[in-house]
Write a protein that binds this ligand. Structure first.
Ligand code: FES
Length: 352
């Protein structure tokens, strides 16, 4: 069950003009709760002036092997007008306490021998940095091809950390950088990494069919283009893992269908259940939250997956889903923040 704890900030490192890495100290008594897999994220919460803001940020530090983590580091990029990122970049100082949820997310890789690859854009490097550094440190028979796209070198997050990894594992880490708005002295010509370019580029870079897992992370357009390119190249969906960091307001959502007049949701959460009427237009998460303030969520936008619940009975309509893999929806999982009842009774289990 996801929980928030106030963790002290041990370091605030400026990465670029518009991004920082925040390091939190994990006290020994909470270390087990913050044990994480490489690629997972943390939701951060700020309560001020009667409002509550939550945002998820990926962990960039490697996942410790056997011991629990003593520190956790996340990358935060400033979003224009972003309430939390502005606070993180301008106000958070070493020694402050920040409310941090226990790790969540399924964009992860369990270290195993083989060839892996990632296509990332902008801050999408953050979880992949944890995945690559954990994999190469733990599994000597693993190799990784990291393809990253940024606007300019100056706006590239974790430039030094990635260069250090390349120095440490020159044979096992292949690093390909594309800058969309700046020519590089060496490497690929500038320009966007879209579907067409990737379809031509990937077979020239690595043996596509041998890649055991593809990790796509960044803005919706880049992830969607990369997924289409991989499908064109014959990669099966089960080998593709995606995490979307930014969804444009214009991104299509599922068509709306009228909800039954009087619906109820029954939800099980942290071992306790309840049944409540769903008010007109609200999501199932909102119904549950009105009655159980401990219901898990972060983005409320269908992106982070924190509100995932198992649909025990009934049917729901989801507005949009950028978080669940097809296997998860087929297995019966839904995003509560995007779900509306399509039957009079709906039953969710947040504990499964
Ligand atoms: S709260 Fe992020 S997907 Fe529902």
């Amino acid at each position: 069950m996801a929980r928030f704890h106030a963790l002290p900030v041990a370091a605030v490192d400026r990465l670029t003009d518009d991004s920082v890495a925040l390091t939190f100290t994990v006290p020994p008594e909470l270390a087990e709760e913050y044990r994480h897999a490489p690629g997972q994220h943390l939701a951060l919460r700020r309560r001020a002036d009667g409002t509550e803001i939550r945002r998820t940020y990926s962990i960039c530090s490697p996942a410790p092997h056997t011991e629990a983590p003593r520190q956790l580091r996340v990358g935060v990029r400033l979003v224009e007008g972003g309430a939390f990122s502005t606070y993180a970049l301008k106000e958070i100082n070493v020694g402050d306490e920040v409310e941090v949820m226990t790790p969540a997310g399924r964009f992860t890789l369990a270290p195993a021998p083989g060839l892996y690859a990632a296509i990332v854009g902008g801050s999408g490097i953050t979880p992949v940095l944890s995945i690559v550094s954990t994999l190469l440190a733990r599994e000597p028979k693993a190799r990784f091809c990291l393809i990253r796209s940024d606007r300019t070198a100056a706006s590239t997050m974790f430039l030094d950390e990635v260069a250090d990894l390349k120095d440490r594992y020159p044979e096992r880490l292949q690093l390909v950088t594309v800058l969309s708005r700046e020519e590089q002295q060496a490497g690929l010509p500038s320009g966007r990494l879209d579907r067409e370019r990737l379809t031509g580029l990937l077979p020239a870079l690595l043996p596509v069919a041998e890649v055991a897992g593809w990790f796509l992370c960044g803005p919706f357009g880049l992830v969607q283009g990369a997924e289409r390119a991989l499908k064109e190249l014959g990669v099966t969906r089960t080998r593709i893992h995606e995490e979307i960091f930014h969804v444009d307001a214009g991104t299509p959502t599922a068509p709306t269908t009228p909800a039954p007049a009087h619906s109820t949701v029954t939800a099980r959460l942290d071992g306790r259940g309840g049944t409540w009427p769903v008010q007109d237009g609200e999501s199932l998460l909102e119904t549950v939250l009105r009655n159980r303030s401990d219901a898990p969520y972060a983005c409320k936008g269908g992106v982070c997956g924190t509100c995932r619940a198992f649909l025990v009975s009934g049917e729901v309509r989801m507005d949009r889903n950028f978080a669940l893999e097809p296997e998860e929806t087929e297995a019966g999982y839904v995003l509560a923040c995007q779900s509306h009842p399509a039957t009079e009774k709906v039953e969710l289990d947040f504990d499964r």
